[in-house]
Design a protein around this ligand. Structure first.
Ligand code: M7G
Length: 326
């Protein structure tokens, strides 16, 4: 990124983050978060740790909040270049060990430079708890016929609510976070930060484009009729990101998940330098490949066998087993 563009983007991120104390990551039924007056997690009663990673510095916890099932996700945020000077100047250091030219310390940073991004899902369903529980996974090969006979009936009755998506489309939630909107009912979409991104640094930039159309559940529903929609998302999404953050298309990974968790068509835009969860070949389909495949075969995604991972406790896996497909 050119130095001037990088500086502009950093200033923009700083201005954005100063207006969003409190955060509004969960599906709150419409309300956006304001300044943090009290901590909703102070009364959280931990039941069990679903998953943790020392390398990623994350912990996924299942518990109760006001007698409701809840999932809390804690993630230590990356060290930021723009606050580095302040961090080194204002922190206290406690020496742990010294040996020749080698020293290790515990650095105690001021509270505002020592954040833990916290996501709260409450009330959480059994499916949310399963989503974050560490589980063995298995690859499924789903033909177009399998999709119609096994997967479609299952997702029609069992998938996560997409109320949070409708709240965004209707500007009932996260309206102040919108980066770009094309309001066209057929090819239009909204682009905004994914709730995995704290917007503090560009290295892990993560945005999602959500279509205004509500009749496309996933990749499986796409035909060549959707090419104008997909091209529009790619072109205008890339343009908006370049303009807002100074990141060129050559530094973006733009893809759809199959299977997604939420069955309302959306496209992920992540920084190419960020090893985003779910960007592996078994789940991510590059938008440019999707466009080319539909150009070559209008029914590509309704007829081809698609491969994806399912977790051991996923009921869909059981359905495939029952149908003798595994
Ligand atoms: P997906 O491919 O359906 O599933 O992507 P995944 O969650 O297994 O990746 C949905 C995307 O929407 C994910 O990247 C989520 O982090 C993101 N997301 C989920 N919720 C509930 C919200 C939300 O309330 N707000 C925003 N901005 N993003 C969300």
């Amino acid at each position: 990124m050119a130095a001037a563009a990088e500086e502009r983007a950093a200033k923009r991120l700083k201005a954005d983050s100063s207006t969003e104390a409190g955060g509004d990551d969960g599906d709150d039924g419409g309300a956006n978060g304001g300044p943090a007056l009290h901590s909703p997690v102070s009364g959280f009663k931990t039941e069990r740790v679903l998953r943790e990673s020392a390398r990623e510095k994350t912990m996924f916890i299942h518990g109760k909040m006001d007698d409701q099932e809840a999932v809390v996700i804690l993630e230590k945020t990356p060290i930021r270049q723009d606050t580095l000077a302040e961090l080194l100047k204002t922190s206290t250091l406690n020496l742990e060990m010294k040996n020749d030219i080698y020293c290790t310390y515990h650095l105690h940073a001021p509270a505002h430079l020592n954040e833990i991004k916290t996501t709260v899902i409450c009330p959480a369903t059994e499916k949310h708890v399963k989503k974050y529980l560490h589980q063995e996974t298995f690859l499924i090969e789903e033909s177009g016929e399998d999709y119609r006979a096994i997967t479609l009936p299952y997702i029609s009755s069992q998938s996560f609510s997409v109320q949070w998506v409708y709240n965004i489309l209707e500007k009932k939630a996260e309206a102040d976070r919108i980066v770009f909107e094309d309001p066209d009912p057929n090819v239009g979409f909204l682009l905004l930060p994914d709730f995995k991104w704290d917007q503090k640094q560009l290295d892990n930039m993560y945005l999602i484009a959500i279509t205004h159309r509500r009749d496309r559940k996933s990749l499986r529903d796409l035909t060549s009729e959707d090419l104008p929609l997909l091209r529009n998302i790619r072109e205008k999404g890339q343009e908006a990101i370049q303009k807002r953050y100074g990141i060129p298309p050559s530094k973006l990974r733009v893809y759809l998940h199959y299977q997604p968790s939420y069955y309302h068509l959306h496209v992920h835009f992540t920084s190419l330098d960020y090893d985003a969860p779910g960007c592996g070949v078994e789940r991510a389909h590059l938008l440019s490949d999707v466009i080319q495949n539909l150009q070559a075969d209008p029914r590509y995604y309704s007829s081809r066998t698609l491969t994806f991972p399912l977790r051991a406790d996923d009921t869909l896996l059981l359905k495939f087993k029952e149908a003798g497909k595994l």
